[in-house]
Design a protein around this ligand. Structure first.
Ligand code: BDP
Length: 705
């Protein structure tokens, strides 16, 4: 017995003592901030450029964070941690603001604003140095992350001359996190906010979360779900939010809260939350004062009102502007803002896609200066593909925010590999009129995909969606493929062939999900409530506009939602050139065809196929694309650390099964309504339609509390 115990203990010891210098096990926790050792040549180049770090003393907490990150990064990438120095020695990395910039160097201070930065390598008094220059310490922090990114993405550090200034002022994550730590539409574990233990106990994750966001230039975070509980505005919860704000402050991140419109009734004991009632206004003013006493740099409120059962000004016969302006007035003396969501749809609306514009556009110009109307990228709800929302370009006198969803509620949760960069790019670059959506907005918000899973996002590749959101919010001009490339280089490998292969996978993945879920402009075909899997047959929900049949309108005569002038005429909400284009199927982009038109099954497509044959072909193409992703990933074995390789491979195997399921269930259903035979050579669905209809997912994640 004793011998056995000794032998076991010996084995354990061997397992625990890894050979010196062996690579750490990759569990995804470090995100894109891994800083693993570079190959010898880039390592030498980096060392020559980071012998010492020169910075102002005493350093503010933000400057300390920048210096600490540089030291950590250089130490990881080269094995040697640079010391701080007061002198610009040869090879110095110098963090400079106008207060300590070296004389004689021309820098474009006037163009950098509060958050912009310059990276420049130059010779100073005969010494080779690198300047990270910004007007503020937070600019230096962003510049430090940018320099570390350059060091890891093959950029020549001896010829640096980069300037980066964010184009959109407010760049936020929206957490749909509940106070009991469940996360609405969260697929990465529980909420990272341990409300119960806050404010006394601070999880180390909070700081790493802040580092990750700062590395992307995100400058705000809404802590709680838009389906808000009033409790989040009580003193105990404000103290908890303040503790988080304290951790985030050095990283340039402001805390925001979702506010429940009826809080004056629920917390204040008032009989009404009518925004024009003086007592209600006084309550919110006092609440705002209390919040700013607790969190002096509080960002403001995010509000979901009169949407999906949430309380709002319409409960009192008032409109969205009345509600938003009342909150804005309370926050204004403190510099706070209101993000008022335009995600609304009335039970009696004849076309849900037209509702947001119908309620909000007439209010253009009536919102207070510190209100921003937050609009989802499309008019329905974060589908795999939607045309840009008709409110972009339609409210020229109102600041707008673009809301994107990083968590993949309708795109396979955190199981499917779907890189969202191309989706973000599509909407940011869409041109409602002379300007792009990105040019029309003053804020960009992303519904977070962060949770307590060790890898933060539920899968390795879902980290890329957080990354792409942040990078593209900072610079909407970035190409999604370039963002994917730099993410891969920092996250997986810098070996060029492997990088190319992974970037190709990521780029293809978005079109694949559109094809195997909702091709040709179809939308909202998913299962009820949990939104997992296909259910195009659902027709019995309480509200018409919750049913997939409402959206696809498939029957013997054809398929698609007629939003042309012959139908709901939602196209009229777009600027005239778009309205004209979208009114006719021949001039509507094929990717949006069934979003705007109801067409017969034998409608001739650009490919020469009938609509029915094209639809089937798209479903098949989607499944084949996932098969191709699996093959490509299998070819990367040996280039990627074993644990993450196996994990991604397992996810892709499930994705392929689920893509097949989507294809088979949708084809079986549409065939049952069209009555058409399958085109020649097409594989019939594996199961009869009823088998798909019978599936239940009572415990699917993400439904919140
Ligand atoms: C939908 C979600 C729901 C959210 C809602 C919203 O299914 O959970 O509360 O949007 O954005 O995407 O308010």
């Amino acid at each position: 017995m004793k011998i056995w115990i000794q032998a076991l203990a010996g084995l354990l010891l061997v397992a625990l003592l890894q050979p010196a210098g062996s690579a750490p096990v990759e569990d995804g926790y470090d995100l894109w901030l891994r800083y693993r050792a570079l190959p010898p040549a880039p390592q030498a180049q980096l060392l020559a450029r980071a012998r010492r770090i020169v910075h102002a003393e005493p350093a503010s907490p933000t400057l300390q964070a920048a210096v600490a990150e540089l030291k950590r990064g250089v130490a990881g990438l080269t094995g040697r941690e640079p010391a701080s120095s007061a002198q610009p020695v040869d090879g110095a990395l110098m963090l400079v603001t106008p207060a300590n910039a070296p004389a004689g160097v021309e820098l474009p201070w006037g163009q950098l604003g509060r958050e912009g930065h310059v990276l420049r390598s130059l010779r100073l008094g005969g010494r080779a140095v690198t300047l990270i220059a910004a007007n503020t310490d937070v600019g230096l922090l962003y510049g430090s992350f940018a320099w570390l990114r350059a060091a890891q993405t093959g950029i020549d550090l001896s010829r640096l001359d980069q300037r980066a200034v964010p184009q959109v002022g407010l760049r936020l994550l929206n957490h749909w996190d509940n106070l009991d730590r469940t996360v609405e539409r969260g697929y990465a574990g529980a909420s990272i906010w341990d409300w119960w233990k806050l404010p006394g106990i601070l999880d180390a994750r909070y700081k790493d979360y802040a580092r990750a966001n700062a590395s992307l230039g995100l400058n705000g975070t809404v802590l709680n779900n838009v389906n808000a509980k009033a409790d989040s505005l009580t003193a105990p919860f404000l103290a908890k939010a303040a503790a988080l704000a304290h951790v985030f402050r050095p990283y340039g991140i402001k805390v925001w809260l979702s506010a429940r419109f009826s809080a004056p009734v629920e917390l204040g004991g008032l009989t009404t939350a009518d925004p024009l009632d003086p007592a209600v206004r006084a309550w919110w003013k006092a609440k705002a004062d209390e919040i700013y006493r607790t969190i002096p740099d509080f960002g403001g409120f995010l509000v979901k009102a009169n949407s999906e059962g949430q309380p709002g000004p319409q409960d009192y016969g008032r409109n969205h502007a009345d509600g938003a302006n009342m909150l804005a007035e309370a926050l204004a003396p403190h510099g706070g803002r209101v993000m008022w969501r335009a995600f609304v749809y009335a039970p009696d609306a004849s076309d849900r896609a037209a509702q947001g514009h119908a309620e909000f556009q007439p209010l253009d110009g009536r919102f207070a200066a510190n209100v921003i109307v937050q609009v989802k990228n499309g008019a329905i709800d974060f589908q795999p593909r939607e045309p840009f929302h008709p409110l972009f370009g339609a409210m020229p006198r109102t600041p707008l925010a673009l809301e994107l969803q990083i968590t993949k509620e309708y795109l396979g949760f955190s199981t499917h590999l779907v890189y969202l960069g191309p989706l973000f790019e599509e909407v940011l670059r869409a041109r409602p009129d002379g300007a792009t959506v990105a040019q029309h907005v003053q804020a960009i918000a992303g519904v977070a995909n962060v949770g307590t899973d060790r890898n933060w996002s539920g899968s390795d590749f879902d980290q890329a969606n957080w990354y792409a959101f942040g990078r593209m919010a900072w610079d909407p001009g970035l190409a999604s493929a370039d963002v994917a490339r730099e993410w891969v280089q920092q996250t997986f490998t810098s070996a060029p062939r492997a990088v190319d292969s992974i970037v190709a996978m990521m780029t293809a993945s978005r079109e694949a999900v559109v094809d195997y879920m909702t091709p040709l402009g179809l939308h909202h075909l998913m299962g009820t409530g949990h939104h997992h899997g296909p259910a195009p047959w659902v027709d019995n929900l309480e509200r018409a506009d919750w049913n997939p049949v409402y959206f696809h309108r498939a029957g013997r005569d054809g398929i698609g939602f007629d939003r042309s002038p012959r139908g709901s005429n939602a196209v009229a909400q777009y600027a005239p050139a778009w309205a004209a284009r979208l009114s006719r199927p021949e001039t509507t982009p094929e990717a949006w065809l069934l979003w705007f038109h109801h067409l017969p099954w034998d409608y001739r497509m650009a490919s020469g196929r009938s609509l029915w044959a094209e639809l089937v072909a798209r479903y098949d193409r989607g499944v084949e694309s996932v098969g191709a992703l699996r093959v490509q990933w299998a070819g990367l074995r040996g280039h990627i650390d074993a644990r993450r390789h196996a994990d991604v491979a397992a996810h892709l195997a499930v994705q392929e099964q689920e893509a097949r399921w989507w294809r088979d269930a949708c084809i079986a259903y549409f065939q049952s309504v069209s009555g058409l035979p399958l085109p020649a050579g097409v594989r019939p669905p594996e199961q009869p339609l009823d088998a798909y209809k019978a599936l239940r997912f009572n415990f699917a994640p993400g439904r919140g509390g």
